[in-house]
Structure formats: C-alpha cells, structure tokens
Design a protein around this ligand. Structure first.
Ligand SMILES: Cc1cc2nc3c(=O)[nH]c(=O)nc-3n(C[C@H](O)[C@H](O)[C@H](O)COP(=O)(O)OP(=O)(O)OC[C@H]3O[C@@H](n4cnc5c(N)ncnc54)[C@H](O)[C@@H]3O)c2cc1C
Length: 540
C-alpha cells in the first residue's frame, strides 16, 4: 500500500530515481518511488560505469557488489575495432579485467589516483542492486507497476496522482517534493513546461539517425572468433557498421546498428535483424534474438531548467545524450548524488531551502559539458569514412586497414580513457561553494589534475595502511585537517584529523571542507573560517 503522505515522491526508477532513493533513504528521509515498468530494466542499455560513479557506489557501500557483476572477473574490458568480427582486427585499446582493476587501482597516481576504476557492466545488472539497497532502507517504499499521472503543487507541498498500471483506482500522495526521474519523455518535465534545448536529429553515417538494437545470444562467438575477446566490439566496413558490447562475457551481446536512409524500421523482421548481426560478424554464426528495440542517436539536449518550485527533474528527464563516451547514465547518477543530500538537508532543517537552487546551478552546466563531449566522440566515430578498399585482401587493403587502425587507436583512447571528464567536473560559481580565489587546472577530457581548489572532486590518496582517503570521509560533511584543531565533531560534521604532510601538500591548505557528495566546498588555513563556511553553506 502506498502511503497517503511522504517527504519525497520520485517518479521513475531508472538509475537516477533508484540512486536518489538511496541517497535520501540513507539520510532517514521518507521516499515513495514509483515506476510504470513491472521491474527494473530487462534490456541492456548503458554499458559503462565510470570511475566517479563507482566511487559513489563505494561511498554507499556497494561498489564491490557492482564490480562482481557483468562479465566474468578475468574477462578483458578492451575496446576493439574490426572490419568484421570474424575477419580483420583494426585496433585495440587494452583495459584491465574487473579482477585486475581491483588490484591496479591502489597503484595508480596522477590522472587515475582514485578509490575506484571504471567498471564495464550493463545497466540491467546494476539496477537490481540499486533497487535492493533502496528497498532495504526503512523509509523507502519502492513501487513498480505504478504510473505517475499528474501533480499539482502548492506553496507547501505537491499532490501527486499515481495509478496502478494493471488497473485500479488512482491515488493521491502528498509530498514535500516531487522529483521526475522519468526519462526522455518525462511527464514531469513536460507538465512543468520545461523544454530541452541543444541539438537533435544530427545525421551521421553512424550514431546519427535511427538505430536498431538487438539483444542477442551468439552461443558460438567466443569459440569461432579467433580474436581475443573484448568488452566493446566495434565494426567498420562499407556495408554495415555497428557497436556490440559484451553483456555477460559468455555469448550475450547488445548489438546496435544504424538504419540506412532507404531502410524502414517497420519492415525490419527478426530474420533481417539476425542477418544484420551476421553481416557484422562476417560469418553465419547462430544468432538468437532475446529482445529488439530501436532508438535515435544524435541528441545533445539539456533541459532549460531543472525544476520549478517543489518539483525537480534529473537524469534523462533533464538531458539526453548520444551514448558515445558512456556518459548518459553516469551523469544521471551524479545528478541524484547532488540533489539527494541537498533535499535531505532542507527537509531536516539543516539548510535553508535556497540550497536547492544550487542543484540546477551545478548540474545544468555539467550536463551541457558532458553532452558536448559525447557529441564530439560521436562525430569522431560516426563521420569517419572507411576507405573503399578496407576489406580487400590486397596490399592496398592492408594499407587501408593500417590507416584505419591508427585512427581507431587514437579514437579509442580519446573516448574511453576519460579521467578528465569523469573526475574533472566542477561547480565553480555555485552558491554552495566558497571560492578561495584560486583557479582550477584546465578542463581536459583525457587528463585530470587533482586539485582541492573548491568546487571539484577532492584529491584522492591511498594511505600508508592501504585505506582510501575517501573511506575516512563522513557520510555528511567532513572537515579534513592536516593541522591540529579544537573544533568539535557535530551530528553532520566529521572532523578528520590526518596530520600528514602528504595530505597538506595535496590539498594546498591546512583545512578542507568536503561536502556530502564528496566535493571540496572550501579550503583554507583557519578552522574558525571553516566553521563559518559550513554555517554559510548550511544556511544556503
Ligand atoms: C539502447 C540504449 C543504449 C544506451 N547506452 C548507454 C551507454 O552505453 N552509456 C550510458 O551512459 N548511457 C546509455 N544509455 C542511456 C542510459 O540508459 C540512460 O541515460 C539512463 O538509463 C538514464 O537513467 P534515468 O534514470 O534518468 O532514466 P531511465 O533509465 O530512462 O528511467 C526512467 C524511468 O522512468 C519510468 N517512467 C517514465 N514515465 C513514468 C511515469 N509517468 N510514471 C512512473 N514511471 C515512469 C520508466 O519506466 C523508466 O524506468 C543508453 C540508452 C539506450 C536506450
């Protein structure tokens, strides 16, 4: 039974809604989450969990659980480019298996100094974990099979009408806040009259047009294909291009190809879909279709605003990506991380309601930044024209493949080695950040320079005893002190004393105030000022 009243109603239990339910529920906030689907997604969608998202899963205590999902622990997570999967390999970007990633992470420094490395795992495995953890929280009510129909907001609350999808009477739930995590066609966004702006309908030979998705089992793939397995398989010839991430590493794949201008989606039969997959493989391997779908590539869209009054939007409801770079789902998760602690602080009376204005101020520019990166990767992949002779068994063919290989070696690293995008997102100028007048390093996609300049991710460090600095941060605010302080601990402030020259040097100040979403809010050399900064930020 849905309650009549709650603190936050979330419409949509995709990665955004589920993550938000976790962030709020962990802080003791009452949440009703509704989703019109019968359960979490059964079809494969996003395939890559970026390192920053994994760090947030670690903060919530389930990164190891997530890292155990997807492909087997020793399966390579390489990105490989082929003419066809059974014929020529053009290029390969070698990346660690999940077992290797666990060990490697504590040995890395510079751009990849992190508590977690990326994990290549399909969204359909991740959502049930987010759901299970949300359901285990006492104040969280997760309701699949319920659709949000409409809402009406007043000064003090939002009346939200929901209805069981299987039939039955609608019900009104009174909530202090409504959050729309209801995806690309967001009812919440549309009801608020918020438009997406940006670019849509971009036409490219690949990843710019109508895409056909085939979730397929190819049982003999790893036995018949002579190349080393890869997580992401991309093919490249003049007949049909595709990308095809491995889903379980045992023969299930998510195949995506683009329809040609003369092809009509309504006429693509199951046999046609199988033929498309076989053409990409370049061998008549048995293909079992588990599910089929279609989607449009070529969006870089961001909502004009991220909410009105007591209603907010996040995830795909607020931005739409072309999936190159694997940023859509990860940006959605970070929206939830950003919004969660703020709503909780306001509902608990720890912060003034205007703290919530910083959600749009911080996340909208990030959405603009990330959609632009995804668009650039889509251009790099989709506009490249394969040389006519790329499949010829001749010296000219070999030369063409070498040239294409050079291109994709460079492209693969640019798209998939992105610590700058993952770790370098910043909230400069936000009302929830206190600038110290310093400037951050340049924002570059493929390199990240750790900095404690307020407004970004705190520099990470592995401590001598093998622990990650992040594991010592509090769940709410943390004052990181590399000098003695008499400041007392408070209910929502952990005073972390690490009198280490290494920490002092890394942070460039004696004290740093870390927000609940693990963002540096302030740094300086006076603990009195630290306290004032916390008070000022808590007051919104
Ligand atoms: C084929 C495909 C491939 C993709 N590949 C990638 C990738 O490689 N990397 C990447 O980062 N992203 C990828 N994405 C995008 C990624 O899946 C999304 O960015 C991500 O799911 C966004 O999460 P979300 O929670 O915002 O929205 P969604 O996952 O779309 O969830 C929205 C939820 O809202 C529910 N809902 C909608 N309306 C209502 C309503 N009125 N009432 C109740 N519930 C409602 C829906 O049932 C749905 O469960 C891909 C998407 C697709 C379709």
């Amino acid at each position: 039974m849905l309650p009549d009243r709650t603190q936050v109603l979330i419409a949509g239990a995709g990665p955004f809604g589920l993550m938000l339910a976790n962030e709020l529920g962990r802080r003791g906030i009452a949440v009703v989450l509704v989703d019109e689907k019968p359960a979490t997604t059964a079809s494969p969608q996003a395939n890559a969990t970026q390192a920053r998202t994994m760090e947030h899963y670690r903060r919530l205590g389930f990164a190891d659980e997530i890292r155990a999902l997807g492909m087997p622990p020793d399966f390579p997570t390489d990105i490989a480019y082929f003419t066809r999967f059974a014929t020529h390999e053009l290029a390969r970007f070698t990346l660690p298996s999940s077992r290797e990633a666990r060990q490697l992470v504590s040995t890395l420094s510079g751009s990849w100094s992190a508590a977690e490395l990326p994990h290549r795992c399909n969204q359909k495995y991740i959502e049930p974990v987010l759901r299970r953890h949300a359901e285990a929280l006492p104040g969280v009510s997760v309701n699949f099979g319920w659709r949000m129909i409409r809402f009406r907001q007043s000064r003090n609350e939002v009346a939200v009408e929901v209805q069981p999808v299987g039939g039955g009477p609608a019900k009104t739930v009174q909530a202090s806040y409504l959050v729309g995590g209801d995806g690309a066609r967001s009812t919440v966004r549309q009801a608020l009259g918020i438009r997406y702006t940006g670019e849509t309908g971009v036409v490219r030979d690949f990843v710019g047009g109508r895409m056909v998705a085939v979730y397929a089992r190819i049982p003999d793939f790893y036995r018949e294909i002579r190349h080393r397995p890869a997580w992401m398989n991309v093919n490249f010839n003049r007949e049909r291009r595709c990308f095809m991430p491995a889903v379980d590493g045992k023969g299930e794949f998510a195949f995506h190809t683009q329809l040609k201008p003369h092809e009509d989606l309504s006429r693509v039969s199951e046999a046609d879909a199988i033929a498309m997959v076989q053409a990409a493989i370049g061998a008549p391997l048995r293909v079992e279709v588990l599910a089929r779908g279609d989607w449009t590539a070529g969006h870089s869209l961001v909502a004009d605003c991220f909410g009105k009054g007591r209603v907010f939007i996040g995830g795909d409801a607020a931005h739409l990506f072309t999936p190159t770079g694997g940023l859509g789902y990860n940006t959605a998760v970070e929206d939830a991380v950003n919004l969660g602690w703020k709503i909780a602080a306001v509902l608990k009376g720890q912060a003034a309601p205007r703290l919530l204005e910083s959600y749009e101020a911080e996340r909208r520019p990030l959405a603009v930044r990330n959609t632009a990166h995804a668009r650039r990767f889509a251009d790099s992949l989709g506009l490249y024209q394969p040389p006519a002779e790329i499949e010829d068994e001749s010296p000219a063919g070999e030369a063409a493949r070498r040239r294409a290989g050079e291109y994709f070696n460079q492209h693969g690293r640019a798209e998939f080695n992105i610590p700058g995008i993952t770790f370098g997102g910043r909230y400069d100028g936000s009302p929830a950040i206190v600038s110290d007048g310093s400037s951050p390093p340049p924002d570059t996609p493929n390199a990240y320079v750790p900095t404690a300049c307020p407004g970004g991710r705190p520099p990470h460090l592995w401590l001598r005893d093998g622990r990650s600095l992040y594991d010592l941060f509090g769940f709410e605010w943390t004052l990181l002190c590399s000098r003695e302080t008499a400041l007392p601990e408070k209910a929502h402030l952990k005073v972390l004393r690490l009198e280490s020259p290494e920490v002092r040097e890394l942070y460039g100040a004696d004290f740093a105030l870390i927000r609940p979403d693990q963002i540096v809010a302030w740094r300086g050399n006076s603990d009195v000022e630290a306290e004032l900064a916390l008070k000022r930020l808590s007051d919104g």
